[in-house]
Design a protein around this ligand. Structure first.
Ligand SMILES: *[C@@H]1O[C@H](CO)[C@@H](O)[C@H](O)[C@H]1NC(C)=O
Ligand SMILES: *[C@@H]1O[C@H](CO)[C@@H](O)[C@H](O)[C@H]1NC(C)=O
Length: 198
């Protein structure tokens, strides 16, 4: 009996400490309703220094021919301005290449939409993800949301986030038209992307 007692006592202590620690967890979970908690940044590698990456790529908006990469999905019934096309919206799956030619290396696709959002000028609202397929960036993406006055020499738009290698990304892009075919409406735009990420 004397030998059994300490074993029993230690088991009791373990059991008691288990109950009390789970009670503490339950209490704190009750306080934050169990759905949110503060984490150490290290868990996601956010204690590392941010990197700045620059991409110079070309965005191909193909509206003509048999395989357009940009299709108009909204035609306003009654646009207030015929000259600005206010209300028109197009869905895109545009190739992004390393060089200005469509035949050059494809590094990703720009998927999303643009809409004519200005009643005074040709001003697009751009909402798109650059989905990379090349090298270590394969499978990662950045999200661009901004205003694009296509006849300005340089248009700047924010990078509002990303996925994969670009988690917590922020930055901006500068777009400048490389080539615009007045006959077909096809455009090649150079994108300089500056993005901070971990
Ligand atoms: C827009 O539509 C309304 C009726 O739906 C019509 O009265 C008006 O004239 C139209 N405006 C234009 C610019 O076509
Ligand atoms: C990118 O990743 C996909 C899916 O994991 C894979 O099928 C494809 O071959 C990869 N592309 C390149 C260029 O590595």
């Amino acid at each position: 009996m004397a030998r059994i007692l300490p074993i029993f006592a230690s088991k009791f202590i373990i059991l008691f400490s288990f109950i009390s620690s789970s009670t503490i967890i339950q209490l704190s979970a009750a306080k934050n309703h169990g759905f949110a908690r503060t984490l150490d940044k290290k868990i996601l590698g956010l204690n590392k220094k941010e990197k700045l990456t620059h991409f110079k790529v070309y965005w191909h908006d193909i509206v003509s021919g048999r395989n357009p990469t940009s299709v108009q999905v909204v035609t306003p019934k009654n646009t207030t301005s015929a000259t600005t096309g206010f209300g028109i919206m197009s869905m895109i799956d545009d190739p992004i290449t390393a060089g200005p030619e469509l035949s050059s290396k494809m590094v990703g696709r720009a998927q999303g939409l643009y809409a004519l959002a200005s009643q005074e000028e040709i001003g697009l609202l751009m909402v798109m993800n650059f989905a990379f397929i090349e090298g270590k960036y394969n499978g990662s993406s950045i999200s661009v949301l901004g205003r694009n006055t296509v006849f300005s020499k340089v248009r700047e738009m924010p990078v509002i986030g990303g996925s994969g290698l670009f988690r917590f990304a922020r930055g901006y892009v500068q777009a400048s038209t490389h080539k615009f075919d007045l006959k077909t409406g096809d455009a090649i735009v150079q994108y300089n992307v500056y993005v901070l990420h971990y």
